[in-house]
Design a binder for this molecule. Structure first.
Ligand SMILES: [Zn+2]
Length: 333
């Protein structure tokens, strides 16, 4: 105990030694007491009778936006509020709670997490602190496993680094309830129907249909005006997913994790994705190089039309064409 107290009084940063295991544990514990600053309020926008969202103006995390890079959706049911993705940090979750309070005094009674990328679930921490450890947090089994595994802490660390520690204090709170494709979760007067049609943006992307309001939250399988991270995804998988989802739910207001909700979201983002995928597949079939495939993609009108205004396009398009070309090679042989 005296050793522990001595290390504590020195402060974890001053110790900076990794030889003693207890020191690194203490360093982590000291880190847990450091809390980043609050996030600026963004008023919620109403999308339908019961569905609202807090629209993030930015698509990527920076020290200035303190990690506010993804939308937080919520549904006001007769039994309480249901969260559709909880944001990138404790502080963003706390901001969302402040904004929900301007709409309703009902408690938050459940959360759905669309996938394992940290900007969609790191905010869970704020809700369990406010509404209790028993708060049901739903996700697909694979998403739960990834957040409980190394990805959970990895995303927490990445978000701290990208925001210059603004998200510090955020704890990993993994989903505690597993849902599966076609399952319905009834909360108050609202039916939430689960959809999953294989790998799209990740291996396990949950889309949540708010049945009564004809609104479906799609996580990151489609984005309004931001290029999607495809490191964990599949181009043909995404296009197949859209087809199956649209066939199942029909006309909807689609709510993405990034950007504004749109009725034509799957159509517009689907055209962009096909504009990357189809030239790459053709290039592989014609034994053309990756550089030639890239030139074909950049010439494709479905891509060229979006290039000037899409967030993240210039910095990411090369990498994501590369991933499409690799996937086309696998698909073609
Ligand atoms: Zn994502």
């Amino acid at each position: 105990m005296s050793t522990r107290r001595r290390f504590m009084s020195l402060g974890a940063a001053a110790v900076g030694v990794s030889l003693l295991p207890e020191v690194s544990v203490l360093a982590q514990q000291a880190q847990d007491f450091i809390q980043g600053p609050p996030v600026a309020d963004i008023a919620a926008t109403q999308l339908s009778q019961r569905v609202w969202y807090i629209l993030s103006p930015d698509g990527f995390p920076t020290p200035e936006n303190r990690g506010m890079m993804s939308n937080v959706g919520f549904v006001v049911t007769s039994d309480g509020v249901v969260i559709l993705d909880s944001g990138s940090s404790l502080q963003i979750g706390q901001m969302a709670i402040r904004m929900i309070r301007k709409v309703t005094n009902k408690p938050v009674v459940a959360i759905f997490n669309s996938h394992f990328h940290g900007d969609h679930w790191l905010g869970n921490d704020a809700f369990v602190r406010e509404f209790g450890r028993e708060l049901p947090i739903y996700a697909l089994a694979q998403t739960q496993a990834m957040i409980k595994g190394v990805e959970g802490n990895a995303w927490r660390g990445l978000m701290e680094r990208w925001t210059n520690q603004s998200t510090a204090g955020t704890q990993v709170v993994a989903p505690n309830k597993v849902v599966a494709h076609t399952q319905e979760v009834r909360i108050g007067d609202v039916t939430f129907r689960m959809h999953h049609y294989g790998r799209a943006h990740t291996e396990s992307d949950l889309c949540v249909q708010v049945l009564e309001d004809k609104v479906t939250a799609v996580g990151d399988i489609a984005m309004t005006n931001r290029i999607a991270n495809m490191d964990d995804g599949s181009y043909p998988g995404t296009l197949k997913y859209y087809q199956a989802l649209e066939k199942s739910v029909g006309e909807q207001l689609w709510v993405p994790g990034h950007g504004e909700a749109k009725r034509d979201l799957l159509k517009t983002y689907g055209a962009f994705m096909a504009g990357i995928w189809e030239p790459c597949l053709q290039a592989v079939k014609d034994s053309l190089t990756e550089a030639q495939a890239k030139a074909m993609v950049l010439r494709d009108p479905r891509v060229a039309a979006r290039a000037p205004t899409m967030h993240g396009f210039q910095t990411n398009i090369g990498k994501y064409i590369s991933l499409a070309y690799l996937e086309a090679e696998k698909e073609a042989f």
